[in-house]
Design a protein around this ligand. Structure first.
Ligand SMILES: NC(=O)C1=CN([C@@H]2O[C@H](COP(=O)(O)OP(=O)(O)OC[C@H]3O[C@@H](n4cnc5c(N)ncnc54)[C@H](OP(=O)(O)O)[C@@H]3O)[C@@H](O)[C@H]2O)C=CC1
Ligand SMILES: N[C@@H](CC=O)C(=O)O
Ligand code: NA
Length: 367
């Protein structure tokens, strides 16, 4: 690696952001033992309310960064100010976006155009308009800045890198299907288990939030949009020009009566009143000796994408998933009738941060 120092700016210090900061500290210590590796300097850390940064690009201490941020008296910088600050850094800079913000995502082309690389678990940029997708990869190819988003699908599971490799090596992906949400997997595995009776739907939703599996607003999981965003990303990588996550059928599990509540907290508070709706869905599957699961699929040849509930025999691999596990099957010309399958935890701070840190290592290797 020719670059001596790499400047890192982190936006978002929630469940994933905190785990990333701790992995960054370990990575930085490990790299400092190899003289040819660059020094990693954290120069900015921001939440939506506060920021920590130094005007002269002096590295912030990597221990206790999240609590130092909480005590900071500095107001956050605007996105154009952050771009200007990073673009003027005396060496290469990388933005780590650990938010789920569409506003931050919309600025990726501007960061990349200034040579600032990006690593992120945020799905919003890659599942937004197709125009934004083209602008992001266009800006990266013009400036040479790198952009990686492994954790935007299947958290740290190697889903994006696998699909890219299938496509780049000339395989033909015909179908992608499976369970793409850690939250939905956890909810159905505990609410409608293959053995035993399972917990209350609303209580499991509350647990999924406490475990850090849900989006900042859990309605983004329950309305099916989180899975739709992931399928949009995968379909685009497989060669389909999907216009947006709302351009194909997506089943929502939000009770009609709660569609207009004003906050995620109010939604969780009122959800117990509607537990009977999901109980009916569960009972209908049980009558057929099956369990219900939330799945998605992309048929590349037919250009069809769909997201929603399906019933499965109890012995089916999708029915017997555990915890927050995702299972993603790639059917391709090369793999024939036996798909390439990736399975494991698909949500949670540590496993998601692992994908982000892994992406940062890829950027460092390519600067
Ligand atoms: N949790 C998981 O298992 C997985 C998460 N992801 C993705 O990772 C990202 C982070 O998720 P998670 O850590 O769980 O979410 P959290 O809600 O725990 O954290 C989000 C963080 O982003 C900050 N933030 C939000 N908007 C802005 C903004 N405009 N400017 C600066 N900071 C902002 C929040 O600050 P504040 O608190 O001040 O509002 C908070 O620090 C999301 O995109 C999510 O989809 C991907 C895979 C798995
Ligand atoms: N809320 C998402 C987090 C990861 O993308 C999920 O539950 O899968
Ligand atoms: Na992944």
């Amino acid at each position: 690696m020719a670059v001596k120092e790499v400047y890192i700016a982190v936006i978002g210090a929630g469940g994933v952001g905190k785990a990333f900061l701790s992995q960054l500290e370990s990575l930085s210590t490990r790299l400092s033992r190899t003289p040819s590796s660059p020094k990693l300097s954290l120069i900015l850390l921001s939440s939506s309310k506060k920021v920590l940064y130094t005007h002269k690009y002096t590295a912030l201490s990597l221990g206790n960064t999240a609590s130092s941020l909480a005590q900071s008296a500095q107001e956050p910088l605007s996105l154009p100010q952050i771009i200007e600050y990073l673009a003027a850094a005396p060496s290469k800079a990388v933005l780590v976006d650990n938010t789920s913000s569409q506003d931050v995502a919309n600025q990726y082309p501007a960061f990349l155009a200034k040579g600032i690389s990006i690593v992120t678990p945020n799905k919003k940029a890659f599942s937004g308009t197709f125009k934004l997708w083209q602008e992001i990869f266009g800006a990266a190819s013009t400036s040479g800045a790198k952009v990686y988003h492994e954790s935007s699908v299947g958290a740290g599971l190697p889903v994006i890198s696998t699909l890219k490799e299938l496509v780049d090596t000339g395989d033909e992906v015909t179908r992608i299907e499976g369970v793409f949400s850690g939250t939905m997997s956890f909810l159905f595995n505990s609410f409608a288990p293959t053995e035993g009776s399972g917990g209350k739907w609303s209580a499991e939703v509350k647990k999924a939030k406490e475990l850090g599996y849900t989006e900042p607003d859990p309605r983004d999981d329950l309305n099916g949009l989180d899975v739709a965003r992931k399928l949009t990303i995968l379909a685009r990588l497989a060669g389909l020009e999907v216009a947006s996550p709302t351009s194909f059928p997506v089943q929502s599990l939000i009770p009609k009566e709660l569609e207009s509540v004003s906050s995620g907290d109010e939604f969780i508070e009122n959800l117990p009143k509607f537990d009977s709706q999901m109980e009916e869905t569960k009972a209908a599957a049980e009558k057929e000796g099956k369990v219900v699961r939330f799945v998605g699929s992309i048929d590349v040849g037919k250009k069809e994408v769909k997201v929603g509930l399906e019933k499965f025999d109890r012995s089916h691999p999708i029915a017997s998933l555990k915890g927050s596990d995702n299972i993603i099957s790639f059917y391709t010309k090369r793999y024939g009738t036996n798909p390439l399958i990736i399975q494991g935890a698909g949500a949670g701070g540590e496993v998601t941060a692992m994908g982000v840190t892994g992406d940062l290592i890829k950027v460092l290797e390519r600067l």
